[in-house]
Write a protein that binds this ligand. Sequence first.
Ligand code: ADP
Ligand code: MG
Length: 452
Amino acid sequence: MDNIKRDVVGAWAQIHQHLEKKLPGHAIHAWFDPIVPTGFQNTSFVLEVPNQFFLEWIESHYKDDIINAIKNTYSEKVDYKFLVTKQKNEKTVENTQQASFEDAKPKRFNNLNLKYTFDNFIVGSNNEFAKTASESVSNNPGEQNFNPLIIYGGVGLGKTHLMHAIGNNALNHNSDLNIVNITSEQFTLDFVNSLRKNKTIEFAQNYRSADILLIDDIQFFRGKEQTQEQFFHTFNVLHQGGKQIVLTADKFPGEMKGLQTRLLSRFQSGLSVDVQPPNFEVRVAILLEKAEQNGLELDYSIIEFIARHIKNNVRELEGTIIRLLAKSSLLNVEINNQLVTEVVKERVGGRIGNEVSIENIVKKVSEISQVKEVDIVGKSRKMEIAEARQVSMYLCRDIMGTSLNNIGLFFGGRDHTTVMHALKTIKEKKSNDVRMGRMITSIRKELGFSFL
Ligand code: ADP
Ligand code: MG
């Protein structure tokens, strides 16, 4: 025990080594590398972890692993306890209070999510204009004609991210700004509560003192006449006072139903910008960024596979990464093709491969060979099924140049050597077997590729 006390870091390093043998690399990377051993009290290691979520996750998923690793490293009875690291800014506040009284002004509480910044917002043609406008508004709040700025578009495309980034960036420039950031539902609730408690004046003052008012998802004002009335007045006061207003919505303001026309006409006086679903390249960039943020190293072929299947929603892309991380941690397996196929399948409701062209190929092969589509992408080794599958693989490679790995993933999670074998087999059969030659030619023709 004394040895451990003398060298806590070294002692923890031994336990860490033990864990490395038991758990997949990314789990170690994500959950154990950030732990800092800071001391030893009585019979316990004191381990600092970055936050409460981290603490709970590691306790609920890795408790036994840690206990076993300690047991295997030390014969004595040694325990551990976690401590959440004090946030940097908490410490700074303490320090500044001691250093200078004036700096210790109370900070306003604004709910901004610090994770959402312009720096980590990936730009593509789908959201470029929205980002530029947001940045511009945030650098010069209230000073341009972009008032209100309305960011609109489908679910999970980065509207909330941009809105919070506006707030965060504006505060970086000027920490005295009063930023009121709220969802339309919270605004409604706040208003209703103020009615109940006879505090509508305070309610109004609170919102009207904003330098920047950020309201998320204003479509939920739909049909709430009295809330809209309140919002209308708040809007006017702020707008006339040259204060910046930023709103997000699921649709272009002109197409929003259930909102008063006078509100909609106010909206027209500002700027509306849309966010669209990302294209393939942007999806790949987002996946790479999110994987890195989560300490996950993924093969490019896996990133590409996810990007080909999950198309309409950035939140889903992010969710897929988190799900992969969670699943491989829980099942204690490395992230491999099979796991990726499973996770993506869950996400797209089982319809793996809605990548039109691969699907078309399978469909055509199925029509001509009379082997069912599910069998072609399935596991059966029956000769005619296996052949139809090999033909499909061959055509995917031949026509679209799909990577071996991705072909493998699509056709039942097989590895690339199986695919290579299939390609070779069909290539040989094609030149030696007239029936096969004809079949390939006619499928290519039907798919519109006879010219190659
Ligand atoms: P919305 O408000 O449009 O429904 P969010 O802003 O909540 O969408 O975005 C969903 C998730 O996707 C968030 O975690 C956000 O950080 C992320 N996200 C969306 N667009 C981007 C982007 N262009 N770059 C990086 N992350 C993004
Ligand atoms: Mg949102």
